[in-house]
Write a protein that binds this ligand. Structure first.
Ligand code: FES
Ligand code: FES
Length: 207
């Protein structure tokens, strides 16, 4: 059987950021160290942060917010535990439920699956940034009017995901709504009203 060739021992012959150099670098600070990138031309040492806390500037809901966190901290934990923005919920903490959904440059992301350091330089929008109790966004308004919640734990994630979905598809069919929100789970099973609320918000947005 043909053997796979061994990796070269001479690291100068390999790209600056090889798997081996990554493992060496990561080993310096064990799990608490985060490698955040390499030079754009692929040359030079990887940029390493941590294991101590670093101060980031996160642009959240239109305002730059300084936050000092260890590089291992997720965007969700930075928002909830350091910036007191508790709308995004920690439910599964593994990317499976959508309860932690926020917008990153207008696109929905599961903030439990992203490091805060990787969110620096991007526009982050949480459910708190979509509207206020006095001036709700069309999606927030529709969730209230259609009573699209029971315990409400999944609701911020659905509202944020639906906002991003309607921005892309302003006149969706019911099937498109179901598909578009399939990354969000509601353990109370309130799907019927949630979909109704999204249809209603789409109608309101179109005028
Ligand atoms: S808490 Fe992030 S996807 Fe479930
Ligand atoms: S309303 Fe309870 S999880 Fe959705």
């Amino acid at each position: 059987m043909a053997r796979r060739p061994s990796p070269p021992d001479d690291e100068s012959a390999t790209p600056a950021f090889s798997r081996r150099s990554f493992l060496k670098t990561a080993g310096v600070g064990a799990a608490a160290t985060t490698v955040v990138g390499v030079a754009a031309n692929g040359q030079g040492a990887p940029v390493v942060l941590g294991p101590d806390a670093v101060t980031l500037s996160l642009k959240v809901n239109g305002a730059a917010q300084p936050v000092t966190v260890e590089p291992r901290v997720t965007l969700l934990d930075a928002l909830r535990n350091h910036l007191d923005l508790t709308g995004a919920k920690q439910v599964c903490d593994r990317g499976g439920c959508g309860g932690c959904t926020v917008l990153l440059d207008g696109l929905p992301v599961k903030s439990c699956m992203m490091l805060a350091v990787d969110a620096e330089g991007h526009e982050i929008t949480t459910v708190e940034g979509l509207g206020t109790p006095e001036k709700m966004s069309p999606v927030q308004q529709a969730f209230v009017e259609k009573d699209a919640l029971q315990c409400g734990f999944c609701t911020p994630g659905f509202v944020v995901a639906a906002t991003a979905f309607l921005a892309k598809n302003p006149d969706p069919t019911l099937d498109q709504i179901k598909h578009g929100l399939s990354g969000n789970l509601c353990r109370c099973g309130t799907y019927g009203r949630i979909f109704e609320a999204v249809q209603s918000a789409a109608k309101a947005k179109r005028g």
